[in-house]
Design a protein around this ligand. Sequence first.
Ligand SMILES: NC(=O)c1ccc[n+]([C@@H]2O[C@H](COP(=O)([O-])OP(=O)(O)OC[C@H]3O[C@@H](n4cnc5c(N)ncnc54)[C@H](OP(=O)(O)O)[C@@H]3O)[C@@H](O)[C@H]2O)c1
Length: 264
Amino acid sequence: MNFHNKTVWITGASSGIGKGLALAFSKQGANIIISARNEAKLKEVKLVCKNPDRVQILPLDLADFSTFQEKTKAANNFFNGIDILINNGGISQRSYAVDTELKVDQQIFEVNYFGTIALTKIVLPYFISKKQGQIVVISSIMGKLGTPLRSAYAASKHALHGFFDSLRAELYHDHIAVTIICPGYVNTNVSKNALTADGSKFNEMDEATAKGLSPEEFANKALKVIDKQKKEVIIAGFREKAAVYLKRFFPSVLANAIKKVNVT
Ligand SMILES: NC(=O)c1ccc[n+]([C@@H]2O[C@H](COP(=O)([O-])OP(=O)(O)OC[C@H]3O[C@@H](n4cnc5c(N)ncnc54)[C@H](OP(=O)(O)O)[C@@H]3O)[C@@H](O)[C@H]2O)c1
């Protein structure tokens, strides 16, 4: 893999998948900029990276778009440019659509969709001016299908696919790659941090999430995909992958199966 001396900006790097990606890129000799809201946790991540002196902390709230111009300027100044932007930060959901307050749907979209595209739009002109760069989006299996308790989350991830598929086509002549990665279950705090109907945290570890890939395993697979500049890849177990193929080729079969599955 060729990440040595490349500069990678990772959002949502204070925990889970983003932290796993930071550690993996650090092992590969990359310069890393790590962002999230929790600065104390970002400091902890920096300390466990292989090359902490080549890790910069840039606190960022994905729902506060007004700061993105200034943050991108700072990110560009740390190591003289950015090579790869990894849009990973996000929040999940554990509530039925009928119960979920609209403000919660909006909050999930603000972070997962608008935060991601707003940051990308600000980084893009830098990439276009040098005719080089890669944008990575951490979507989800929920970006390919919908299950109970995830209506806003699945919608926000589906929206990312529409946006970034269009963007990939627009950027073809600028030599900028767009890589969408759809994880299945990864053992992180995603369910604990998920929003319930009134916007409070779910605060429980799902069994399926606990049994998922470790962030380290996920990150190792993701780096290979990023290195090859793949367009869209699923990194998941057999059942989650099979569900995506059923949705594509036999959507009614999947719809019938999903209504019977006890999804947590
Ligand atoms: N784990 C899974 O099974 C799974 C499966 C499919 C997709 N994903 C996706 O993977 C990504 C990472 O999730 P994870 O599993 O690693 O969960 P996690 O452990 O809860 O991490 C989520 C990360 O997003 C950051 N974040 C949340 N709200 C933010 C905001 N407003 N501004 C900036 N950063 C924010 C969090 O940092 P702060 O709280 O410090 O801001 C944290 O670093 C998400 O996009 C998620 O949808 C996860």
